[in-house]
Write a protein that binds this ligand. Structure first.
Ligand SMILES: Cc1cc2nc3c(=O)[nH]c(=O)nc-3n(C[C@H](O)[C@H](O)[C@H](O)COP(=O)(O)O)c2cc1C
Ligand code: SF4
Length: 565
């Protein structure tokens, strides 16, 4: 329910711009590509997002963040007039790239702005979190191993830090000059600037020792370059959750140091894989088993410190805020001014519109499965995510009779989509309800949150007029009797098992999710590789299992070893 004074719907002035409401879409689109990004952005901006923050630069010349298809399409960005490719470290590469990107940037910004939203370009450098196969150097203040890929980064020299600052300044200038309303620097998620402020990851004793020095220098220089009108924001890590790392109190002090340069401050928590030096912490895309709003406590601490110092700035908080009710509660308690979200907009492009207009119960809930973190972007709750407009068009000239076998997520969605387009659809399942294996899995307390998806499938099948026939076995006779034009076979997947004899209890991901335990504690297991982590029990043998939508949270569960006790 919204009230007449619903804070979510209230405009907010930040710097030179006015946001039409409190709903902000935080960056998550670096991998979508030029072909799909505009339609994705347009759909969300049109549906009421007040501010969209887009990945727009890496801060150093040899690490463009732009999707390869954008770069490849830019005249001259890939090679000289003879077609000889530039080496990515050749400064002509960056010069051409930035020149060519003007139109691309302007296009992205315009896509968002023409629907009334503010467009911000974010500059982020992953720092130590680069895999060796990217062929780009991992960089950090100190040579402490990256948490995601284990890469040992190059510790930057003083001169290199000077160049880095100029790289950020150049990126910021280009973003502001090409139509964005503002620039955001990313100092969270364990990336380069986060490491500089961290007493754990930054072991330097020179002028770039842990603290706010680099951020202050960067913000001063960026402000000089972009002038006073474009917005300047910064994304700050609220806590590193590791002994000797950043605490909310330290982040609050840093926030006070940098606030004078900022139009807004964005706070979030976590790093790439939820491990810090091998110990559990929060992944920045915190999955379904973790608490909602993990950064809210940190936001409150920072807000209090800023208020006490007389340095209040509009505060944006992000992380597992998936319902309108929770978003409203955060604003009403005064913990933040703006609600950031990424995955909620993947799962439901109308997240902002529904939240601000009192239709919160209609939001298609993000279940935190993290399927969207893969490339290409996909989402079981919203199969149209990243494919906006692909299925648009008029009804088929000659509607077909389609039989879908299997009412799990794939079958039920295919059935609903086909019916929506105007086909006659019959959905068969030998079980007596929609949901397939997922329906059984959500009975486990570990997967309770996913029952939202089962509910949504049921609603979609009903709302689109699909003829659902539960308790029906599909065989030759049934199919012959139904005389379909097309059959969609969606009977589910089987877990992979080891293709060789194994003299040990074997657990699949599904076993783990329904809480099956090995017969003897600390025995050898065979588990899919994706749910193995460096801190799994030593007797746990990883076996590659390909894509596994449940991996991140199960990693956490396996890591804490709760299942083997
Ligand atoms: C696929 C994906 C890519 C992301 N890329 C970025 C990024 O480039 N910069 C950034 O600051 N955050 C990035 N994020 C983090 C989100 O902005 C957000 O902080 C995080 O997903 C937690 O919010 P949520 O629970 O609303 O998804 C990304 C998230 C996802 C899912
Ligand atoms: S894939 Fe999963 S985590 Fe990502 S938006 Fe969809 S439901 Fe949420």
């Amino acid at each position: 329910m919204s009230t007449s004074a619903d804070l979510l719907a209230q405009p907010l002035r930040i710097g030179s711009r006015t946001l039409r409401n409190r709903m902000v879409m935080t960056p998550h689109l670096g991998r979508l590509g030029a072909g799909r990004l505009p339609a994705y952005l347009s759909r969300r901006a049109e549906a009421g997002v007040a501010m969209a923050i887009l990945p727009a630069g890496m801060g150093v010349m040899n690490m463009p963040v732009y999707p390869p298809d954008i770069v490849a399409g830019l005249e001259g960005a890939r090679g000289d007039q003879d077609g000889v490719p530039y080496h990515p470290r050749d400064e002509r590469y960056e010069t051409k790239l930035l020149a060519g990107l003007g139109d691309v940037f302007a296009g992205f910004a315009n896509t968002v702005q023409r629907h009334g939203a503010v467009a911000i370009g974010q500059i982020h450098h992953p720092g130590a979190e680069r895999s060796w196969d990217s062929f780009s150097p991992a960089l950090a203040p100190s040579a402490l191993r990256g948490d995601e890929f284990g890469t040992v980064p190059h510790a930057l020299s003083g001169t290199e830090i000077g160049n880095l600052i100029e790289g950020y300044v150049g990126n910021a200038g280009s973003i502001a000059a090409n139509g964005f309303d503002g620039v955001e620097l990313h100092a969270g998620h364990g990336y380069l600037l986060n490491r500089f402020i961290s007493p754990y990851y930054n072991r330097r004793t020179d002028e770039w020792a842990a603290g706010s020095t680099l951020l202050v220098r960067l913000l001063e220089r960026v402000r000089e370059r972009i002038g006073s009108t474009p917005l300047l924001g910064l994304r700050l890590q609220v806590s590193e959750e590791i002994e000797g790392g950043l605490t909310p109190e330290m982040s609050a002090r840093i926030a006070c140091d940098i606030a004078p340069y900022l139009d807004y401050l964005s706070v979030s928590i976590g790093n790439h894989n939820g491990l810090r030096n091998g110990r559990p912490s929060t992944p920045y895309t915190s999955p379904w088993l973790t608490a909602h709003g993990p950064a809210v406590d940190g936001a409150r601490a920072i807000r209090t410190a800023l208020a006490e110092a007389g340095l209040e700035r509009p505060l944006l908080v992000t992380g597992r805020i998936t319902t309108a009710a929770f978003a409203r509660e955060i604003l009403e308690q005064g913990d933040a001014d703006l609600i950031g979200a990424a995955r909620a907009y993947i799962a439901d492009p109308d997240f902002a519109a529904k939240a601000v207009s009192g239709r919160g119960e209609e939001i298609a809930l993000c279940i935190g499965c993290n399927e969207c973190v893969r490339v290409p972007l996909s989402c079981p709750v919203n199969p149209d995510a990243g494919r906006e407009g692909f299925h648009a068009g008029s009804a088929p000239e000659s509607p077909k009779r389609i039989v879908v076998v299997g009412a799990g997520p794939a079958g039920a969605t295919a059935a609903a989509k086909a019916a929506e387009r105007g086909h006659e659809v019959i959905l068969l399942d030998r079980e007596d309800a929609v949901g397939g294996t997922l329906r059984r899995l959500v009975a486990s307390p570990m997967l309770e949150e996913w029952s939202a998806l089962v509910g949504q499938l049921e609603r979609d099948v009903r709302a689109t007029g699909v003829d659902f026939r539960p308790g029906t076995e599909a065989n030759e006779e049934t199919l012959a009797e139904l005389a379909p034009d097309k059959v969609i076979w969606a009977v589910g997947a089987e877990p992979l098992t080891a293709p060789f004899p194994v003299d040990a209890p074997v657990l699949t991901t599904s076993d783990l999710l329904v809480g099956r335990r090995p017969t003897c504690p600390w025995s050898s297991w065979v588990v899919p590789r994706r749910i193995w982590s460096r801190s799994s029990p030593r007797s746990c043998w990883p076996v590659r299992a390909g894509a596994c939508g449940c991996s991140p949270s199960v990693t956490r569960t396996v890591r804490t070893s709760s299942l083997v006790r």
